[in-house]
Design a protein around this ligand. Structure first.
Ligand code: NAG
Ligand code: NAG
Ligand code: NAG
Length: 155
C-alpha cells in the first residue's frame, strides 16, 4: 500500500514566484493527501520539466528511473509525444489545473491528491516493487531552473 512520507518544494529563483502551499495532510487514517500551489509572478510560455527521476532507497537512494525530460507545453498540446511522461501525468492531472495548453498565468496547483489514488496507479495499473521512493521534478522556464518539487512515499 502506498503512503506519502514527505514533500519538499524549493524555489530556485525567488523572482519566479512563491509556493503558497506545499504539504501533506492526514485527514484520518485512510485519507492522506498532498497539496501544492505555486504562484507565478509572470505568465509562463515555455516550460521544461527536466531530470524527472524516481529514486528507490537501497543503501541510500538509487535511481529507479531517471533523467526523463519533457517539453511541457508540447506535451500538453500532444500527450502522445511523451509516452513515459503520460504515465506520470495520470498521477496528478485530474487533481490539478495543469490540464490546458500553455501559457500558464497566475498559478499552478495540485489539490488534495489522495494517497489512495496514487496507490491505485502504483499497485494496480503499473505495479511497482515495495520500498521507499522519491519522485523528483525540476521545473525550467526559458532554460533556467525555477523550482524543484520532490514527493516522498513508501509502498
Ligand atoms: C476519512 O475522511 C474522509 C473525508 O472526510 C471520509 O470520507 C472517510 O469516511 C474517513 N474515513 C474514516 C475511516 O474515518
Ligand atoms: C540527463 O540528461 C541530460 C540531457 O540529455 C544530460 O545532459 C545529463 O548529463 C543527464 N544527467 C544524468 C544524471 O544522466
Ligand atoms: C485534459 O482533459 C481532457 C478532458 O478531461 C482530456 O480529454 C485531455 O486529454 C486532457 N489533456 C491532457 C494533456 O491530459
Amino acid at each position: 500500500k502506498f503512503e506519502y512520507t514527505n514533500i519538499k518544494c524549493r524555489l530556485a529563483d525567488i523572482e519566479f514566484g512563491n509556493f503558497e502551499i506545499c504539504h501533506l495532510k492526514s485527514v484520518n487514517r485512510t485519507y492522506k493527501y498532498m497539496a501544492m500551489k505555486l504562484n507565478l509572478n509572470k505568465p509562463v510560455t515555455k516550460v521544461k520539466v527536466a531530470n524527472i527521476a524516481i529514486f528507490k532507497k537501497f543503501n541510500g537512494y538509487k535511481p529507479f528511473l531517471y533523467n526523463v525530460t519533457v517539453d511541457a507545453c508540447r506535451f500538453l498540446k500532444n500527450p502522445k509525444s511523451y509516452p513515459v511522461f503520460s504515465y506520470f501525468y495520470r498521477f496528478f492531472n485530474t487533481y490539478s489545473n495543469i490540464n490546458h495548453t500553455c501559457p500558464f498565468h497566475d498559478n499552478v496547483w495540485v489539490n488534495k491528491l489522495p494517497g489512495s489514488f496514487v496507490n491505485e496507479l502504483v499497485t494496480k495499473v503499473l505495479p511497482v516493487p515495495d520500498g521507499d521512493y522519491i519522485f523528483d521534478t525540476n521545473w525550467y522556464t526559458d532554460e533556467v531552473l525555477r523550482a524543484t518539487i520532490s514527493v516522498y512515499g513508501n509502498i
